[in-house]
Design a protein around this ligand. Structure first.
Ligand SMILES: Nc1nc2c(ncn2[C@@H]2O[C@H](COP(=O)(O)OP(=O)(O)OP(=O)(O)O)[C@@H](O)[C@H]2O)c(=O)[nH]1
Ligand SMILES: [Mg+2]
Length: 195
């Protein structure tokens, strides 16, 4: 994909603050600190378009970015970070849930999982919920640079089993080495074509 433009549009907590639903949208969903914002930056080849941090809980709003004046990326807050105060946490789930259930232009969800982590009930519930919403899902295993290649197979087998998925369903990605970037773009392209 040739990126001609990538711009931050706005941040929202509720639908009345969303931009008009004029463009097909791709949402980035995953556990806090998994690398959602980094994946966006890697895809558009910008270091700081979406704000990233080594501290979990960096993204706290629904952030909209317009790419090539043609489609949007939506960076969502992550779930599952224990140290976030209960009050903040309580706001996150409804904010993300509202976006995913109400956004008419939502074309595809990119569900990002750390390859080193074994998916638990949160991931299983989310995956089931996405299939109920009938929105296509792209599964991305990220931070693959942090795992020895010899460990890939074993970990993918575990993730596949826990999520009742097929090993071929997953794209292996690294924001560090940019491995998998073309595969993610291809999946996004397929998603638009099957709308
Ligand atoms: N080694 C490595 N580090 C990564 C990768 N992707 C993200 N990181 C690092 O992981 C940390 C979290 O990345 P973010 O992109 O901010 O994660 P996020 O999912 O947006 O986090 P929240 O907004 O807090 O939910 C940062 O320190 C990144 O540099 C990757 O593929 N490889
Ligand atoms: Mg983020």
């Amino acid at each position: 994909m040739i990126i001609k433009s990538a711009e931050y549009i706005t941040s929202a907590v509720k639908p009345s603050q969303y931009p008009p639903a004029d463009f097909p949208e791709i949402a980035f969903v995953g556990r806090s600190n998994v690398g959602k914002s980094s994946l966006i930056n890697t895809l558009v080849n910008r270091k700081r378009l979406a704000k990233t941090s080594s501290t979990p809980g960096r993204t706290q709003l629904v952030n909209f970015f317009l790419i090539n004046n043609a489609f949007s990326f939506v960076d969502l807050p992550g779930y599952g970070y224990a140290r976030v105060p209960a009050q903040v946490k309580k706001k996150w789930a409804p904010m993300v849930e509202k976006y995913l259930t109400s956004r008419s232009s939502l074309s595809c969800i990119i569900f990002i999982i750390d390859i080193r982590r074994t998916p638990g009930p949160e991931e299983i519930n989310l995956k089931n919920w996405f299939s109920q919403l009938k929105i296509p899902v792209i599964l991305v295993l990220t931070k693959v640079d942090k795992l020895k290649k010899s460990k890939y197979k074993q970990q993918i087998a575990l993730i596949t089993k826990n999520l009742s998925a097929d090993p071929n369903d997953f794209i292996l990605f690294s924001a560090k080495s940019k491995k998998g970037i073309n595969a993610v773009w291809d999946a996004i392209g397929n998603c638009f074509h099957t709308d």
